[in-house]
Write a protein that binds this ligand. Sequence first.
Ligand SMILES: [Zn+2]
Length: 372
Amino acid sequence: MKKAHKIRVYPNHRQEIQLQKTFGCVRFYWNFLLDQRITNYKMKEENAEYKEDKTTYAALKKLEEYAWLKEVEAQPLSQTNMDLNKAYNNTFKSNFGFPKFKSKKYSKKSYRTAAGMKVNNNYFYISKVGWVKMAETLRFNGKLMNVTISQSKSGKYFATFLVDTENFKKEPVTDTIGLDLGLTHFCITSTGEKIDNKNFYRSLGKCLVAEQRKLSRRLEVAKKHNRKLDECKNYQKQKLKVARVHEKISNQRSDFLHKLSSRLTDENQVICVEDLNVKGMVKNHKLAKSIVDVSWSEFVRQLAYKCEWKGRKLVKIDRFYPSSQICSSCSHKDGKKALDIREWTCSNCGTHHDRDINASINIRTEGLSGIA
Ligand SMILES: [Zn+2]
């Protein structure tokens, strides 16, 4: 199974220059090939005899004016050719849209290579760049397929390794678990564990709002003085700040979700969750912010693929199943409970329930009955 692992990397000054050069060459070559295709197509339409221009990187770099292409690794450029072919084919297969030219300013800076690639603890090596420091070691064992080097809008560098992993199946375990995904807590388990709702947008959100407000003020000032945004140092500086806050929020959330989904899939053979219609719920604006905050759908997605890796089972319960109305002790259906009722006592057997723990136990029971 192929898995991707994205790690922050710290190129030194020389390496940074080399990476930037490669980003630039890849972008240039993409635009060159795209332009070539469009021209070929147009000329052929006008004149069937027209001989297509098929100049490639290999021929280009021999020309004096394009000699700078030699300064970067060749593999990312041939990869660019393949990527463009793929984008072209996708245009006809689905609604991806026609490939676009990459602008210097707005296109994503990235390239993929396997040339000379190797990893040693928290360093990796690629041709023409050398050994680059990474923030952590690779999480997966297996054969290294390729690496994509990218730079985020905030200026940080990342390497995404594609690894063909060894078998990730785990020894079967006997524990099973039900999860109630909630708003008061991120998730409540049938074992009685309440996992805190990390409202990243709420804590860091205030910071984001403030920084964004500053950004729009800078924009107004620039407009007022009729200045080009590229030349407004204050505006650019602030833009970087906003990007950094966004990145921080998304990193923290990703880290939280990965740790939790890894632990739950390690410990349990079967995991039962409600099949939430998150899209449907996000339409309800009051709930929207919280739901986006807690990232349920991303969490369930991670559970699904990690279960598959490890040979576990994820069971999704119909979202109309009344998990909060049924008594998990005697199966008595006790009726609807308003959202603010956090605890209740079963009118049949007298068991006192924590609303969410009871619900997660029911989700587990329902899920297990479905696969029995
Ligand atoms: Zn009961």
